[in-house]
Each structure stands twice: as C-alpha cells, then as structure tokens.
Design a protein around this ligand. Sequence first.
Ligand code: ATP
Length: 456
Amino acid sequence: MAEDTVTMEKLVALCKRRGLIFASSEIYGGIGSTYDYGHYGVLLKTNVKNEWWRSMLAERDDIVALDSAILQHPRVWEASGHLAGFTDPMVDCRTCKSRFRADHLEERAPGLNCPQKPSRLPGEGPDCDLTPARDFNLMFKTTVGPVEETGSVAYLRPETAQGIFINFKNVLQFSRKKPPFGIAQVGKSFRNEITPGNFVFRTREFEQMEMEFFVPPAEAPQWYAAWKQERFDWYERLGIRPDKLRLREHDAGELSHYSSATADVEYLFPIGWSELEGIANRGDFDLTQHAEYSGEKLEYFDQPTNERYVPHVIEPAAGADRATLAFLADAYAEEEVEGELRTVLKLHPRLAPVKVAVLPLVRKDGQPELARELFTGLRGTMQSELDEGGSIGKRYRRQDEIGTPYCVTVDHQSVEDGTVTVRERDSLAQARVHRDELVGHLAARLASPWRSPKLA
Ligand code: ATP
C-alpha cells in the first residue's frame, strides 16, 4: 500500500511541475493567493464540475440548470443580508502587519501561526500586538457604467445562490416543476477574504457548485437529511477514502441567521479537517426577503390542494476548487517501484484529466505512425494524449503524475501483429491487447467500479 505522505507543499509543487495549477500573474511577481489553471488542471476541474452536474441533472429528474449573471442589482445584496452582514471579524497585528480572522484565532484553526514565531498562534508570540476585532465586508465593490456616481455601485457576487432565488419565478414558469424541485448553478464567486491561503483552498476568486432545493415546508427536515447523505456519498463515489471524510453538524452558535440547521462535509486536508461543502436548511428566508424587497410574490400555488406557500430551501453549496484540491490530496501517492520513487495521482478514472496516453516506444520503424493511428481512433471516445518525446520511463512518470489511468505502448511487435501493451496506473499490471479491441477494452475498464488503491 502506498504511504500517505501528501503535504500541501508537495501538491503545490506537483501542480506547478505538471502545469495543473500555478500562481497567477507570475511574470509580474504574482498577486497573492490567485491561481491559474493550466491544461490538465482545466480538464480535472471540468471533470469535477461535470460529475456534479451529472449527479444533479442526469441521475435525477427534479433539478434544472441555471446560469445567472455575476453582476446583479445591488438590492439583491441588501435583501440577502450580505451588505449588512457578510462580514468576517478582522484582527491586525501592529508588529508584523499581518491580518487574521478573529474566529480562526478563537478556534485555533489548523495552519494558523504567527509569521514571526511559527510555532505559536498569532497573539502568543512575545512581540505580538493584536488590535481588537473589526468587521470587514467581504464583497468586492465595483461601478457599472462610465461614470462613478451614486447609483452605479455594483458587487461581484459572493455566492451563486442569490442568482437562483431571484430567478425562482422565472424557473417555476418555464420548467414545469413543482416542489420538491431544485435549481442548480456552477460559476465564479468572489470574496475579499481577509486571510486567503492554503493554495486553492481559500482564494478571493473561486468557483462554486450550488443547488437550491425548494420543498413544501413540512418536508424540509427529511430533505435536509437526504441531501446531507447524498452529498457525502458523492465524494465517496468519486474515490475519496471514507476515513478522510466526515459530516459535522453546526451547533446553535455557529448557525447563520437564516439557517435552522447546517452541516459541513469535511475532508482531512493536509492542513487538518476543513470544510469541503456546506448543506443548509435555509427555511423560507431568501424567498421571503426577496419578495419583500422586490415586491414580487415568490411563492408556490398548489392547485390540487388550493394551497399557497413559500417553499423552504435546502442548499448543498460546494466549491469546485476546494473539491479539486481534496481529490488531488486524496489521490497523491509516492511509492517505490524497482528502486525508484514514483509520484502518482491515483484519481478516480472519471476525474482523471487524461484517460489514456499512447506512447510509441521509439520514434522510428513505423511506431509513431501506428501510435498516431491508435490515438486518432481513441480520442473521439475518451480524453487521449499522444506522447512521443523522451525516454519511455520519463513518459510513464509524466502520465503517472497527471493521473492517467492507462498507457498504451506501441513497440516493434505492435507493428508486426497489431497488439499493444496496456499499462495500468495503479497496479502497473500490463496486458497485451489487439488494436481492434483497444477502444472497447479501455472503455470497459474505465467504466468498471473503482475504489482507491490507497485503501487497505
Ligand atoms: P469558510 O468557512 O471556509 O469561509 P463558508 O462557510 O463561508 O466557508 P460557504 O459560504 O458555505 O463557505 O460556501 C460554500 C463552499 O464554497 C465552501 O464549502 C467552499 O467549498 C467554497 N468556498 C467558500 N469560500 C471559498 C474561498 N474563499 N475559496 C475557495 N472556495 C471557497
């Protein structure tokens, strides 16, 4: 079994080395805690989002999709409570000029330390001089139109959820759905976080995957329970080891003003147990607020019972970047193979950026031509890559490090009898397969049940 040696530094280094995720604006010296995704990172995060969509849309028939604008009417944020209350308590250190979240200090959050005395918490070093906590609004403010004047202020959305609530009436009208039903959305959100950090765990610009599930009020508790379970299971189905996942119910003091119950799916990141996703019972707070502020009726009329009501809302809110980081952390392994250390991402095949790489052993004797032919036959069915350059060992290492589940090697025998070697990423087992059967062989193996080989 591979040892679990993952650290945040190793993940950052691997992501940079293989071009998955790297610091943004690097040629200008970078801009703190902002990251760009390269080719394999885009493929990986797209797979994460697609799996989320699959679980919301393809695998059920009670959810519809939405893509609302990032810039919304400023009243949206008044109604939602973000303008007045979307704040974090901020504490500054007068000595080292660092900034911390007071709630993180209180709970002694993992990875939090005094920049001058990393073995201690901020405030505990001999020279620490912390200010009292002040509230800091996390919304990014901007202006709309060419003139900066009152009335042109807008905010970058700090969550995608409000775009769903303000479209409740539209969706109800066009989707022919009735409660219980959901509206799902994936998109960028922006928060001027006081202390971003830990790679893509907390950034100021990030992608969310949120779904608002509208239910008759009496059904809210049962749907809350069902969504907690479903969202927990989703991570497990995609290969996260169950002992690294837990559901943590918020206690009364932790609950947001709108929520009667909230639970977090947490993952044991290298920085410790941290939130991956929140599932909240938001009651009728959002629809009632938007109805009041907009003057529109946001309710459901049930004809058979002649009943009019404001649906309650269950919200699973996940982060695409945080989920991607969790999948990377859970997949990362280092192991010794024939006296050499190999680093490998044991990703669920459905998440792997590239499913198969075709590698000619040498760049002559008809091998590159055959490899290209095979690659052309595969790429329409699965994300494939043709990798011709460098020693075969180096190419295997590259594919292992980006988590490619299968490598197809073309050798001299392939040119003679049409068979190729299929090498499996995790077990390193090799099978000889005829080229005519290659697509079917790989498709079947990719579709078969998978569990993390890091499990005992
Ligand atoms: P936290 O307590 O970590 O700040 P939160 O409880 O404010 O998170 P939510 O508002 O519930 O987060 O957002 C839902 C999800 O969006 C989070 O579980 C996380 O996956 C993601 N998310 C929130 N803020 C960030 C961020 N700054 N960077 C990356 N992902 C984020």
